[in-house]
Design a protein around this ligand. Structure first.
Ligand code: HEM
Length: 141
């Protein structure tokens, strides 16, 4: 059971990374293209944001179950877990902000698109640091 949960946790990580890196690569490429072609690529942003959000939802759903099934509760975890928790919070907030921004853009407020190149890296760096501190907390090395 715990192995299956860890697999789903890592699958969430894979989906989250696919969405995040995919979007970053897409936007870098779009910046080099003429406006009409760039528009088509940038239009795929919400798709990648959704893949990321599904991945992070899977991480947040499976993580607490493992805390209880494998470690017997949050109190038993090493202090370092709470450093990971800070970056989980910033990751979830950044993903929420990205979705709110895309929702505003769907309503026609395109000016808010300028927020995306600022929030995207916050999500990416948060995910990397959450992963780093997860490995130092649970990796057993
Ligand atoms: C509420 C949110 C989360 C909780 C409670 C949580 C909890 C856990 C727990 C208990 C484990 C250990 C599994 C084991 O011992 O086999 C683990 C592993 C891991 N988590 Fe999370 N997690 C959460 C979110 C995340 C997020 C957002 C990321 C990355 C973006 C992440 C990345 C990892 C990684 C890479 C491992 C494997 C570490 C290793 O075994 O070396 N987790 N998590």
């Amino acid at each position: 059971m715990n192995n299956l949960l860890l697999f789903l946790h890592i699958f969430g990580l894979m989906l989250g990374a696919t969405g995040g890196f995919g979007s970053a690569i897409l936007m870098r490429k779009a910046a080099t293209l003429p406006t009409d072609q760039a528009k088509v690529l940038k239009g795929q942003g919400p798709l990648f944001a959704n893949v990321s959000a599904i991945g992070v939802a899977l991480l947040v759903a499976t993580g607490p179950i493992m805390v209880s099934s494998k470690y017997g509760g949050f109190a038993a975890l090493p202090q370092l877990f709470w450093v990971k928790a800070i970056f989980i919070v910033t990751l979830v907030l950044a993903i929420g902000a990205i979705h709110l921004t895309y929702a505003e853009m769907r309503k026609g407020n395109m000016a808010v698109a300028a927020r995306l190149p600022k929030i995207g890296p916050v999500a990416g760096v948060s995910a990397l640091l959450a992963t780093l501190f997860a490995v130092y907390t649970f990796g057993g090395g």
